[in-house]
Design a protein around this ligand. Structure first.
Ligand SMILES: NC(=O)C1=CN([C@@H]2O[C@H](COP(=O)(O)OP(=O)(O)OC[C@H]3O[C@@H](n4cnc5c(N)ncnc54)[C@H](OP(=O)(O)O)[C@@H]3O)[C@@H](O)[C@H]2O)C=CC1
Ligand SMILES: O=C(CO)[C@H](O)[C@H](O)COP(=O)(O)O
Length: 481
């Protein structure tokens, strides 16, 4: 299997579902692709099954794999994030030369990417931490691609990534995001928004079923209709398909035979942990992560099952029809809020890490290929085109009007949920965020006073400059600190 000449434009190591399909995507687009996997059986199976699709150079030994690559070498790693990625870097980097480009397309933590980029830069090697979204199908037919790293590396690599990415209106769903870990940061936030979107859709389903009395098959039809309006998106589309599916064994709706404990691999949790670090409030995303966590605590749930709450019969007739329309509006409004939080988080990190991220371009490359692809990303792109320094998407004229129009329905849905014992942490937290941001005054003033009372933590006044402390345990006089 050892190649005699260096003919491959790119090499992919790690040929599980993502790497294998990305390699095929490159080959189908006319590139010669060197392929390698720690366990050679995967390399052989790729060639046996799909070798006819394009030009592949299979290699079992790392040295042969590297020798197959044209210079500057472009070597893409598609293995499990964390230790395995470091192991692969340690194995391959000694075989590379200055100017070569190592691309990590796994779901790496952006801090790992910053560390790896700095270490490889010392050796003159470019490290491009790249977010890839779209799952198995997207990897093959066109994912959304979020490369970080240097401008120089993007010049040598970007055209290839753009070619294999999804395209919307002729534009590639790939752009250079920013230096070092920016690409993986943006991919992480994409996944955080993905969690929020999925939680909101799940809450909408629960309300339609329990409060509006619809069956899964009827809800599938409702979701299909919603998918032709403002909610048009991949996640709404697949939800309709799932809800229409019947279990072959029992004949029950498929959704009823799946255990109700949602798992997570970690990118949603990273988003929330990092949001705290960069001081970006993302309660919609956080509630989605915690809702998955809560669903998995079966013992906790079993212990609490005897707690009481109202049993409200499902609405019927026109009331149920009205509720269906209200849930659509509440879902759209909550979705706008989640995306606004995600974009604020990217904005905050860009400032902190010195990344020059084009916020409109992020919306542009998420319109196709990725899991959160949705019609309204075009509106987000337009919002940032109109004002690149927009402090929050909620302030954009179009979104602000839509939120205003949806809010009566949104409040009605949250009220119905609360009265009917239906947990809607995503809808409720999003509405609370909306109300908190627009409030003239928040009760945070009382919290500041409490902090000063028990810990002399000081406070600012609304009527003059300075930092103050009140002698709470003494004569209650105020001192300018
Ligand atoms: N699956 C998805 O939908 C998506 C996945 N991703 C990310 O893409 C990457 C690849 O994902 P996926 O294709 O699902 O594969 P997996 O995450 O399941 O990883 C399997 C691959 O990692 C290799 N591997 C594991 N440990 C090591 C090691 N120590 N040294 C060398 N190779 C190792 C395996 O090699 P071997 O065959 O020898 O075991 C195999 O090729 C991951 O980082 C994932 O988070 C990104 C977007 C979507
Ligand atoms: O990266 C992805 C899509 O963009 C994966 O689908 C995502 O990691 C799935 O995450 P989880 O297993 O935590 O639900």
């Amino acid at each position: 299997m050892a190649p005699s000449v260096s003919t491959a434009s790119i090499g992919v190591t790690g040929l599980a579902v993502m790497g294998r399909n990305l390699a095929r995507n490159f080959a189908r687009n006319g590139y010669t692709v060197a392929v390698h996997n720690r366990t050679p059986a995967r390399t052989r199976s790729l060639i046996e099954e799909f070798g006819h699709e394009g030009s592949f150079v299979p290699a079992e030994k790392p040295a042969d794999f590297v020798a197959a690559l044209e210079r500057p070498r472009r070597l893409m790693i598609m293995v499990k994030a964390g230790g395995p990625t470091d192991a692969v870097i340690d194995e391959f980097v000694p075989l590379l030369d200055p100017g070569d480009i190592v691309i990590d397309g796994g779901n790496a933590h952006f801090e790992d990417t910053r560390r790896r980029e700095a270490a490889l830069r010392e050796q003159g090697i470019h490290f491009v931490g790249t977010g890839v979204s779209g799952g198995e199908e997207g990897a093959l037919h066109g994912p959304s691609i979020m490369p970080g790293g240097s401008v120089e590396a993007y010049a040598a690599l970007g055209p290839m990534l753009e070619k294999i990415s999804a395209h919307v209106d002729g534009e590639p769903c790939c752009t250079h995001i920013g230096s070092d870990g920016a690409g993986h940061f943006v991919k992480m936030v994409h996944n955080g928004i993905e969690y929020a979107d999925m939680q909101l859709i799940a809450e909408a389903y629960d309300l339609l079923r329990r409060a509006a009395g619809r069956t899964p098959a009827q809800i599938a039809d409702i979701f299909r209709r919603w998918n032709t309006g403002v909610l048009d998106s991949y996640l709404i589309e697949i939800t309709a398909e799932i809800l229409a599916h019947t279990d072959g064994e029992t004949g029950k709706p498929f959704v009823d035979i799946v255990a109700d404990a949602a798992e997570q691999k970690g990118t949603g949790r990273w988003t929330v942990q990092t949001a705290l670090d960069v001081a970006a409030p993302v309660p919609g995303i956080a509630e989605a992560v915690f809702a998955r966590s809560l669903s998995g605590h079966t013992e906790l749930r079993a212990a609490a099952r005897q707690l009481t709450g109202p049993q409200v019969p499902a609405a019927a007739g026109q009331d149920a029809d009205r509720l269906v329309d209200q849930v659509e509006q509440a879902l759209y409004a909550s979705k706008i809020v989640s995306y606004a939080q995600g974009w604020n988080m990217i904005q905050a990190a860009a400032e902190q890490f010195g990344w020059d991220i084009d916020l409109g371009a992020v919306a542009k490359i998420w319109r196709g290929g990725c899991i959160i692809r949705a019609g309204f990303l075009g509106e987000i792109r337009s919002a940032y085109a109109a004002d690149p320094a927009l402090p929050t998407l909620l302030a954009d004229e179009r979104f602000s009007r839509q939120l205003g129009e949806a809010q009566d329905a949104w409040r009605a849905v949250v009220t119905t949920a609360v009265q009917g014992s239906i947990p809607t942490p995503g809808f409720s937290a999003s509405l609370a965020y909306y109300d908190a941001l627009r409030a003239d005054r928040l009760p945070a003033a009382l919290i500041q006073a409490q902090r000063d009372f028990f810990g002399a933590h000081t406070y600012q006044r609304v009527d003059r400059e300075g930092t103050f402390h009140t002698e709470w345990s003494g004569d209650r006089s105020e001192t300018l600190m």
